[in-house]
Design a protein around this ligand. Sequence first.
Ligand SMILES: [Zn+2]
Length: 173
Amino acid sequence: MFERYQPDLDAYVRRVRTGPCFVCGIVSRDPDFPEHHVFYEDEAAIAFLNRYPTQYGYTLVAPKEHKEQVAGDFTVEEYLGLQRVVHGVAEAVREEVGAERMYIFTFGSNQGNSHVHWHVVPLTPGTPYEEQQFAAVMLERAGALEIAEEEKASLATRLGRRMEGSQEMDFGG
Ligand SMILES: [Zn+2]
């Protein structure tokens, strides 16, 4: 459905290791950061599209506050609150793009992109076994999908609507 391309990985690594925090930049709507198509935001969390998606619908969920230890920097309640958002986002993405399987993970490095974030990744239905799991999310191996900004904006709008629906189900009764 989409062509794949290999982004300039050297420039990318330089940026994440020496530039300001990209999640904080997105949270503060810093105009120096490119559009990431935020589609969900509450007091504590934010969700937006991965700028270099290896799968269609690849989303990141992050706390709005700059935290680096994925468990230790949160109280249990804060952590569970973030997981509620991860769950809602994963279901919104799965329903919207028709994933065969959802991958949810966090890696992280203190040396680049240190702001905690969860990867919420739909595996495209029919992906051959050898191209699943790590191979499906490794930018170096899979390449990024070439998705026009208008299409990303449209996807974000659709995901945002699904998040509204799920929030009503959770809290509306
Ligand atoms: Zn940050």
